[in-house]
Ligand binder design. Structure first.
Ligand SMILES: [Zn+2]
Length: 221
């Protein structure tokens, strides 16, 4: 088990998740592998038994990934990545946005608990992003307005590709992807995430979950 430098002084004595990835790349690969099992109906439901329950109680948590995802009840990270107790440090908020308290929670997950990957996970048919697409650019609730930069960018992308930026059916899927990407970029510009990435102790990624086929696709800007 390799312990990141920033955690060496406080390394846990016991890892309750014995197959815990040890590098940022392996952490992302483990999420992808778990999603493959979920999408194909072959979930293994790891880390739910009495051994894991008592272990995390006695020795604490060593999550390998921190996830910022939507509150949507159709997208529970532990299920769609087929992970167990102590594996994922999750912040959920409608629209998977980087709210102040949420960011501070994610910072705890990576800086204190040693999560190796930070994934911003958007999803198909997101109600929060849909609300932002419909409301833009008028005044709206905070959780809607925080998505406006992604809507603005999505409208530009749709227009540049020859589509109608006032067609919500065209803008919504682009805005969902852009919101996950922009949120990941913003997180990567902040501490402690920026330094951890620079040290090679953390990978930051953006992904989108399909309700149609239950797969997570990683996004690139
Ligand atoms: Zn949503």
């Amino acid at each position: 088990m390799v312990t990141p430098a920033h955690l060496a002084a406080a390394a846990p004595t016991v890892y309750c998740n014995p197959n815990r990835p040890t590098t940022p790349a392996d952490a992302l690969a483990a999420l992808a592998a778990g999603n493959d099992l979920w999408a194909t109906g072959q979930q293994e439901h790891p880390g739910e038994d009495s051994t894991r329950r008592s272990c995390v109680d006695q020795y604490g948590q060593t999550p390998f990934a921190a996830i910022l995802s939507c509150s949507d009840s159709r997208v529970p990270p532990e299920l769609i990545f087929d992970q167990g107790l102590g594996d994922l440090f999750v912040v959920r908020v409608a629209g998977n946005s980087d709210t102040l308290v949420g960011v501070q929670s994610l910072a705890y997950g990576v800086d204190h608990l040693g999560a190796l990957a930070l994934l911003v996970l958007g999803h198909q048919k997101c109600g929060a992003v849909n609300e932002a697409v419909k409301s833009y650019p008028r005044p709206a609730a905070d959780f809607v307005r925080i998505i406006y930069p992604a809507v603005r960018k999505a409208r530009i992308i749709v227009r540049q590709s020859g589509g109608d930026p006032n067609n919500p059916d065209l803008v919504l899927p682009v805005a969902i992807n852009q919101h996950a990407l922009l949120t990941a970029v913003r997180l990567g510009s902040r501490q402690p995430f920026r330094s951890l990435v620079k040290q090679g102790a953390l990978a930051i990624a953006a992904g989108v979950y399909s309700l149609d086929n239950q797969t997570v696709t990683m996004l690139t800007s």
